[in-house]
Design a protein around this ligand. Sequence first.
Ligand code: MG
Ligand code: MG
Length: 272
Amino acid sequence: MVKIKTAEEIELIRESALVVSKTLGMIASEIKPGVSPLYLDGLAETFIRDHGAEPGFLGMYDFPNTLNMSPNAQVVHGIPNDTPLEDGDIISVDCGALKNGYYGDHAYTFEVGDVAPDTKKLLEVTKESLYVGIREFKIGNRVGDVGFAIQQFCESHGYGVVRELVGHGLGTELHESPEMPNYGKRGRGKKFADGMVVAIEPMINMGTRRIRQLKDGWTILTADGKPSAHFEHNIALVDGKPQLLSTFKYIYDALGIESDEEKEFRQDKQTV
Ligand code: MG
Ligand code: MG
């Protein structure tokens, strides 16, 4: 069942999402060749606790760390290890935080040093597909409209849209109803209503959409070994329109990137 949130609850989720946004901003300033995912994971855990929150993923379904860190051909759910990042890598970092009983959960795929142009393109298109999907999260639409839009956009670039993993509702639980697939049919699925809060998170492969899982029981990889990207935002439906609760602002500040991509999903009263 979909849990409709009050305005107060939405503010609490925004607070948790803000902790994650700032954590990813801190990670952005630390990512470079030679640094290990495990080191970054330790920084993230300390940072989250210092901000009055708990790591949202640590211990969830027995996951051993604070961050999901998935380099290159890893799609999601990578376990941070001590293998140093290399120039030209990409790494998807997914982070959760629990504060005041509510979860924030979002993700960004980072470039490490100099990344090949076709990989950069995958990152750009995947991030754009996230906003293409968010625009469809509005009154009058259904779950299938978001998935349809993301799928069409990514497939038009020749990319593979992962089917086995999906976005979700978000609140007092990390994964709530409804499931938010990155594929679908127009006009199908659950109808959207004010007070819904969801995580939309396209997982897009440069090649085949097929995936496999490592024996560690967590790590998801592309079946063909080509790169994969993952971007995730948390969004509330307010007055019929999508409103971002998470932000990439802190990442962009750390990386010196100018962007107004989030502007259309914000309201004046918002401070981020
Ligand atoms: Mg999620
Ligand atoms: Mg996530």
